[in-house]
Design a protein. Structure first.
Length: 339
């Protein structure tokens, strides 16, 4: 997948390594001790920002249909007000020094939550022993937080399974690894991702998906285009966008059809009624957007389908950067923030 392009942090290589990263994250979490039993947990809270927050979104999207307690993802300086002794709280940070997550985790620990830290070091790793919190390290060779989604998200899934809250989760992980290997080979052997990047590149992508899995995929695609290609991207989620956002396309079609490309992210977990919504939205937006493209997930199970869309989007964003002559690694706009 690597190309002769400007890529100082080897983001192409890190993206190609996602199958191994997912498998390694599962093995690492399988050896973690000190987790509470499922009957001791009333709710699950994930604290994280950026890719670390997205790790919580992956857990919630995949786990909600199976986990009997609520899973809440919080991005900010404070944990939810319900956090207490019955909370299993994951503090997730690639660096371990994310300002918002450190603050929220300290408050959650003070409220009596059962803490688990997933971090590459930093303050969270230093605080974990004082909280008697298991620590899952993020491998140091991963060059950036946005390249570490497997290492950040998969341990959460495994630890919920080990606590007795997510039975059968390991099977979904195995299926995800298998599909990611297939997707990697397909991306390496063809130029489909380059063509899609070239089609999107001159425009601003409007990315839409459906349901919890689609919502996570949309967020991932938009933020990867933002950070890797240093380009704007916007997203919406069905069915909610049919209640509001769709009305905003009633004017300025002469402008929007030159500026926006509609990108549909599809998966097998869509509600049957969402299938018709896609058709309706496409019919309305085809006349006011430059083009409409569909990206469809493949794989067995929700995690495989979600990570399949993630890998495709990651690679497309990297090709967008390459075609624009942009180094996808450094993100100067975020310099100065404690990420």
């Amino acid at each position: 997948m690597a190309l002769d392009v400007l890529d100082s942090l080897d983001m192409f290589g890190a993206t190609a390594g996602l199958p191994e990263q997912v498998a390694a994250g599962a093995r690492l979490a399988a050896g973690i001790e000190g987790l509470p039993r499922g009957d001791e947990v009333d709710n699950v809270a994930v604290l994280g920002m950026g890719a670390s927050g997205l790790a919580g979104d992956v857990l919630a999207a995949v786990g909600d249909p199976f986990v009997a307690v609520p899973i809440t993802v919080t991005r900010g300086y404070a944990p939810p007000s319900f956090v207490g002794p019955g909370t299993l709280c994951f503090a997730v940070s690639y660096s371990g020094d994310t300002e918002e997550t450190v603050e929220a985790a300290q408050a959650a620990a003070s409220a009596g939550a059962r803490m688990v830290v997933v971090a590459g070091g930093g303050q969270l790793a230093e605080l974990a022993p004082s909280w008697q919190a298991p620590l899952v390290p993020v491998p140091p060779e991963i060059p950036a937080a946005r390249a570490a989604l497997g290492a950040l998200a998969v341990p959460l899934i495994v630890m919920l399974e080990r606590a007795g809250l997510f039975p059968g989760a390991s099977g979904w992980i195995d299926e995800a690894v298998a599909q990611l290997e297939v997707r990697r080979a397909a991306l390496a052997s063809g130029d489909w991702a380059q063509k899609l990047a070239r089609a999107i590149g001159p425009t601003i992508p409007l990315i839409i998906g459906a349901g919890p899995l689609g919502a996570v995929a949309v967020r991932r695609w938009t933020t990867q285009i933002n950070e890797n290609a240093k380009a704007p991207a916007f997203g919406g989620v069905l069915p909610e966008l049919c209640h509001n956002e769709i009305a905003g396309w009633g004017q300025h079609g002469d402008v929007t059809r030159q500026v926006f490309t509609l990108v549909e992210l599809r998966h097998d977990e869509e509600h049957p009624l969402e299938l018709a919504r896609f058709d309706q939205v496409r019919d309305l937006l085809a006349e006011v957007t430059h083009d409409v493209v569909e990206v469809r997930a493949v794989g067995e199970g929700p995690l495989a389908q979600l990570l399949d869309l993630v890998m495709i989007g990651d690679v497309v964003s990297l090709h967008m950067a390459a075609q624009a002559g942009i180094d996808p690694g450094p993100v100067p706009a975020t310099a100065g923030f404690r990420l």
